[in-house]
Design a protein around this ligand. Structure first.
Ligand code: HEM
Length: 333
């Protein structure tokens, strides 16, 4: 079968442009098949194919900054205003929070529309600056090497040599970690990577982690429900200022441009662990592709995620026999 035509990277790379490598579509098809297979053999295909353990889904305010530089004033960041957001914290793979792992922060911003249910803008981040796989072929090879399907091989993923240095033993509450998008996104004429870090100007009483497999959820409950303390994050971007030094197609390379703060995420005190709320959040979906065209995901890893996330979401919704309606922002349980 002839390979689909692919663009070759020109000698001069351009800001905000994508350069899919040859063979990516084939690798993506294999990645989708393998991901579904691995997902099926996990105990219960009713959970996410990655990041199955959520620590909590919490309601927040997403406030866009004033004085954002003109080039970044697009889409969600066009004008200073506040939105309702829902944030899910998760482990990459492990059920025991004391193990080293990747930790996720998935933000869903609800954009109101007159007479309609809100639009959604998702930002998906993890607690490491860069991703461990360069491209789709690389992540496929990693998954082939670790796709044994047994609990031991699932665990082996978090300790696999390719992941050394990419997984961390959480030293503090998910509300006190920093998170990066690792992969790039369109921003007007250019591209950016996102990150969220705990705002330096907030009251920070450290919440010690208990010696418990659920210590991360427990630390969130301690802060938000028991002590009733808000958690604030500065939401920032690193713009792509040099297309060769900050490539769109290789998320193993950090973009070290000067960061620009574009929003504040404020998670207010709340109770978030009722069984109904947990079920509501666990049934929801976050995807890099759920958002405004102005913030379209860029690069091969993001292109592959569009289909892999869709597969995982469809599979768990079928298995759980749930249909997800539009979110209004008034879902408190
Ligand atoms: C090709 C590479 C990747 C694959 C195959 C992959 C796969 C997946 C899958 C299947 C899910 C579950 C989707 C669902 O059922 O809702 C997921 C969720 C997630 N992924 Fe990825 N992922 C990739 C790259 C990344 C990257 C680069 C990041 C870093 C930011 C990331 C962070 C997350 C997080 C935080 C979640 C949980 C989202 C939530 O809370 O709903 N993933 N991933």
């Amino acid at each position: 079968m002839p390979e689909p035509a692919q663009e070759q990277a020109p000698a001069e790379l351009e800001i905000g442009k994508e350069y899919p490598p040859p063979g990516e579509d084939i690798a993506t098809t294999q990645l989708r098949q393998l991901h579904l297979k691995v997902h099926h053999v996990q105990p219960g295909a009713n959970r996410r194919g990655e990041h199955p353990k959520g620590h909590g889904g919490v309601w927040a305010t997403f406030r866009v900054e004033r004085d954002i530089p003109p080039g970044l004033r697009v889409g969600l960041f066009k004008e200073p205003r506040s939105f309702t957001a829902l944030v899910r914290y998760s482990n990459g793979r492990t059920a025991d929070d004391r193990m080293p792992d990747v930790h996720g922060m998935a933000v869903k911003v609800l954009i109101p529309r007159d007479g309609n249910t809100p639009l959604q803008q998702d930002f998906i981040m993890a607690d490491h600056v860069i991703f461990f796989a360069k491209n789709v072929q690389h992540i496929l090879e990693f998954l082939v090497a670790t796709a044994g399907g047994t609990p031991a091989s699932q665990l082996a993923i978090t300790t696999h040599p390719a992941l050394i240095g990419y997984t961390n033993k959480a030293q503090s509450s998910p509300l006190a970690l920093s998170y990066w998008s690792q992969t790039p996104y369109l921003a007007g004429e250019g591209a950016v990577k996102y990150f969220a870090m705990p705002s330096p100007d907030q009251e920070r009483l450290p919440v010690p982690l208990a010696d418990s497999p659920d210590c991360l959820k427990e630390a969130m409950i301690e802060q938000l429900t028991a002590r009733k303390l808000c958690a604030k994050f500065d939401f920032c971007v690193n713009p792509q200022t040099d297309a060769a030094v900050m490539p769109v197609e290789d998320p193993t390379i950090e973009w070290k441009s000067a960061p620009v703060k574009v929003a504040t995420i404020s998670i207010y005190p709340q109770k978030f662990d009722s069984p109904e709320q947990v079920t509501f959040v666990e049934n929801l979906t976050w995807s890099p592709w759920d958002g405004l065209p102005e913030h379209r995901p860029l690069g091969g890893i993001n292109r592959a995620r569009q289909l892999v996330y869709q597969d995982s979401q469809e599979l768990r919704h079928q298995t759980n026999a749930v249909t997800i309606g539009p979110i209004t922002g008034r879902e408190w349980f």
